[in-house]
Design a protein around this ligand. Structure first.
Ligand code: TYD
Length: 202
């Protein structure tokens, strides 16, 4: 791979990732870097169809099926978008990736964590982010920010989101070099500064 960088953003729903990714994107572009802003699930093409099912399908979805759909989206995203962009030397800013499946389907839905990690590895071909930023949000704030119009995932309930939050914190504890936690209760400007510092260290 050329000099590309792969940075992922993770955290509970309503943690403020989107705002921070956009601020970082602007900052990097101003410095002359070539960036690619992308997301999971559903960056484009087939992924958009999978996203539609994952977030809006209103019938029964088994946790295993849900995992495989997120993983299918990931495999497509890695092969068709992320790897080519890395080869072109881009800085990729990705809204959610492998850690979301560990936190939501593993810790949240209760699937086996090691199995999810193995499946993640298959979906990504072993490619890991250079840096992962977890914006830690308490569940009450998260639910307030999401509001009343909830998608399928956001309707999973408070206890589910407590498990997801703890899941992200556990991941960060286990991989402290790659995964950095920032409290989403800081101001937007302060969070942005902390993120810039982490990215400049790369
Ligand atoms: P999205 O609208 O992108 O949420 P957010 O703006 O909070 O990122 O919806 C993505 C939803 O899918 C979110 O609830 C997290 C969930 N998700 C998983 O459960 N597993 C995964 O592997 C991924 C990538 C997302």
């Amino acid at each position: 791979m050329k000099n590309g960088l792969f940075i992922t953003f993770e955290g509970g729903d309503g943690c403020g990732k989107t705002t921070q990714i956009e601020l970082l994107d602007k900052y990097l572009k101003n410095k002359g870097f070539d960036t690619l802003l992308t997301r999971e699930p559903g960056a484009k093409g087939l992924g958009v169809k999978l996203r539609e099912i994952l977030l809006n399908y209103d019938g029964e979805v088994s946790p295993q099926c849900e995992s495989f759909l997120f993983l299918a989206d990931r495999a497509q995203h890695i092969d068709c978008i992320i790897k080519p962009a890395l080869k072109e030397g881009k800085i990729i800013l990705c809204d959610r990736h492998t850690d979301s499946t560990v936190a939501y389907q593993g810790y949240g839905r209760g699937l086996d964590i090691e199995e999810i990690k193995t499946l993640n590895n298959i979906a990504t071909g072993g490619l890991k982010p250079n840096l992962t930023i977890v914006l830690d949000v308490d569940v009450k704030t998260s639910m307030q920010r999401v509001g009343k119009e909830k998608d399928r995932m956001e309707s999973a309930g408070i206890e589910f989101f407590e498990r997801v939050r703890n899941g992200f914190l556990k991941i960060a504890e286990q991989e402290p070099k790659r995964v950095k936690v920032i409290s989403s209760s800081d101001t937007i400007e302060s969070i942005h500064k902390q993120i810039v510092e982490l990215v400049e260290n790369l």
